[in-house]
Structures are given as structure tokens and as C-alpha cells.
Design a protein around this ligand. Structure first.
Ligand code: NCD
Ligand code: ZN
Length: 359
């Protein structure tokens, strides 16, 4: 039996408010606990998007009632909400600011660099900024971090050119950190036919699955990767198989077995796994301690991934049928067994907001 610190997932879409048929704070945090994750940071591209104190209250009050693991909620940067100096209370209750600098699912997007500037200027210095920025817009985002002399975290990098850029920026002392998703480590575009089963929408995700050379570059530059994040982006099977499939893969229940399989195969060290799923995200996102919190895994148990056994509401996984090694037996959160042998042991509402003090 292997004991690990509770995983921190800084990139999760929980779909509440607005699309709880895909996921909500209850089903999403249940999937997190089953996956050995004890903190999720929820993205703001909901309906409505979370971008001010009113919408933040909507998300946080749903989370307070329904979340089973600990959580934070991002605010989204839009064209008209950059006067953060007047909204410091909302900023400080949030996980951080998410900036969508490339097109993606949902309404939040900053198409023009003049819209980026006031966010970089006004968002409180001590609070995280996360950018969805691919390829050249990533280079621009890193330049902004340098110009405004503040840290930036780059979401879901997937290309060789991106990891080389981040490596070079770090070597020059720019305060940039990054995350990589399991689907960009374990899948390439060559896997799309086997994920799709004749439904091309199943292979759609942003950033898109990349080439084998890109995937290899992630593994070769493991030291440049700060965090592993799922970008858990649940859409139902019917939606994925429709005419207009939304992009996104679920990931909360598969991240740890996939990474443990890589540890078994000697592609990853256990120390790297702990650094990138707990120590680094805790520091980058300035998260509080979770006392008496850990995950117990049976690192030798082999099993087959089956969406039908999952807690996520979306009902599918791109890793269906994969043979993995390392089963989450038990997740303990703040002294309580929260998940054990396939069953949830804490009620909806047990989870806490990571920006609220412990008392
Ligand atoms: C995400 C979603 O569905 O919300 N989709 C995705 O493919 N990753 C949006 C996002 O993270 O950009
Ligand atoms: Zn995302």
C-alpha cells in the first residue's frame, strides 16, 4: 500500500451553474475523491460565466452545499470586468483569474491584447493568473508576465514549441509556471480513431491532441512541467456524438492510475508525481494545508478503466478499456475517510472553500 498526499487539481470544469446535466459540484467532487484528489480549482466558463461578485456567489453557494472535497473557484477575465481594484473582495475569495486568450468552449474570451492589459495591471499581485494560451498567444502571455513583472501559470501545454518556450522563459527568470494534462502525455492525434469508435466528436479537446513528437517533448522535459492538471471537461456522450460536438475530456478518475502506471513503467518517478500533483500546485496557487489528508493506493493492482464505474456524470472516458496499475483504495480528507473501496463516505457539503480561513 502506497500513501500519497491528497492530489490538487488546478484545472477542473464542474459545469455549475448552467449545465449540471454534464456535472455539478456534487458529482464532480465525488469523482475527484474517487480519483485521490482532495482539492479542485473550478473554471469559470459556466452559464453564466463567473466574472464578478454576484456570479462568484452563485458558484460558491452551490459549492458550499454540494462539494464533497475542498474547492476554489476561478473568476474569468472578460472585456468589461478588469477594474479589479474596485472588486478586491471577490478577487480574494477566488482561486485566481482565468484568462481565455484563445478560442474555446464558452463565452469568456479576450480577443485583443488591449483587453489583456488592464487585467494584468489591476488583478491583485498576490493572486494567481492562469492563461489558456496556445502557441504564439502563449509567447505573448509570457511577455505580458515579464512586462508586468508578475507570475503567470500557463494551462494545459501540449506542443514541443510551447515547452521549449517555457523552458527558455524560466531560464531568463520570468515567473512562468505550467501544467500538462494526462491526455497530452498519454494520447496523441494517432489515438483519435480508437477513442472515437466512429464518433469523431469524442476525439475533440482543446488544445487538440498533438503529434507523437509533441508528446515525446513533454516526457523529455519533465523538469519544466510544474503541475499535472486534468482539465476535466465533461460533456455527455450524446453531446460528444452530436453534429456539433463540444471539445473536452473527463479526467478526474484516471489521472492517478495513469501516472502510477507511468511510475511502474519507470517513465516517471514517484517524487515527480508528488511534486507535480501536490507540492507545486499548493505553492503556485497559495493553498492552505489540509491536515490529516492523504490517499492510499494499491500500487500493484491492475484493472481496466471503465466509464460505467465512474462518478462523473458525463458517462464516458477517452481511456475506456485501458489497463492501468494503481487503484485508489482510500481518500482521507481532514481526518475523515471520504472515499473507500468504491464508495463515498462524506456527504455533499463536506468540502471547504480553500480561500476561507479554517475557523
Ligand atoms: C473545456 C470545456 O469544455 O470547458 N474544453 C476543453 O476541450 N478543454 C474548455 C477549456 O478548457 O478550454
Ligand atoms: Zn479547461
Amino acid at each position: 500500500m502506497l500513501k500519497l498526499p491528497g492530489l490538487i487539481d488546478p484545472h477542473v470544469h464542474l459545469r455549475e451553474p448552467g449545465a449540471i446535466h454534464k456535472e455539478d459540484f456534487d458529482s464532480g467532487t465525488s469523482a475527484a475523491l474517487a480519483g485521490g484528489i482532495t482539492v479542485v480549482l473550478a473554471m469559470p466558463n459556466t452559464k453564466p460565466p463567473i466574472f464578478d461578485s454576484n456570479t462568484l456567489d452563485i458558484a460558491l453557494s452551490a459549492a458550499k452545499q454540494k462539494a464533497r472535497c475542498d474547492y476554489g473557484q476561478y473568476l474569468g477575465a472578460g472585456p468589461e470586468n478588469s477594474d479589479w481594484g474596485n472588486h478586491l473582495a471577490a478577487a480574494s475569495q477566488s482561486a485566481g483569474l482565468k484568462m481565455y486568450l484563445d478560442s474555446t468552449f464558452g463565452e469568456l474570451r479576450l480577443d485583443d491584447m488591449t483587453l489583456w492589459m488592464p487585467h494584468f495591471q489591476n488583478w491583485p499581485k498576490e493572486m494567481p493568473i492562469v492563461a489558456h494560451s496556445e502557441s504564439r498567444s502563449m509567447a505573448a502571455a509570457i511577455l505580458f508576465a515579464a512586462l508586468y513583472d508578475r507570475p503567470i501559470h500557463i494551462a494545459h501545454i501540449s506542443l514541443k514549441e510551447e515547452i521549449l518556450l517555457i523552458k527558455a522563459a524560466k531560464e531568463r527568470g520570468i515567473k512562468v509556471t505550467c501544467e500538462v494534462c494526462p491526455h497530452h502525455l498519454f494520447l496523441s492525434k494517432d489515438d483519435i480513431p480508437s477513442i472515437s469508435h466512429g464518433h469523431p466528436g469524442r476525439g475533440e479537446v482543446r488544445p487538440r491532441l498533438a503529434t507523437k513528437a509533441d508528446v515525446n517533448a513533454m516526457w523529455e522535459h519533465m523538469d519544466v512541467i510544474d503541475c499535472f492538471a486534468t482539465d476535466h471537461a465533461p460533456h455527455t456522450v450524446a453531446e460528444k456524438d452530436s453534429e456539433n460536438p463540444p471539445p473536452g475530456f473527463p479526467g478526474l478518475e484516471t489521472i492517478l492510475p495513469l501516472l502510477l502506471t507511468a511510475v511502474h513503467d519507470k517513465r516517471l518517478t514517484l517524487d515527480d508525481l508528488i511534486q507535480k500533483t501536490h507540492i507545486n500546485p499548493k505553492r503556485i496557487f497559495n493553498l492552505p494545508d489540509q491536515p490529516e489528508t492523504w490517499v492510499e493506493v494499491d500500487e500493484d493492482e491492475q484493472y481496466e478503466v471503465k466509464a460505467s464505474e465512474g462518478f462523473t456524470r458525463c458517462g464516458w472516458t477517452p481511456f475506456e478499456g485501458w489497463k492501468v496499475r494503481g487503484r485508489v483504495r482510500k481518500t482521507v480528507l481532514r481526518g475523515q475517510t471520504a472515499f473507500e473501496d468504491g464508495r463515498l463516505k462524506v456527504e455533499a457539503g463536506y468540502g471547504r472553500n480553500i480561500r476561507e480561513s479554517a475557523n
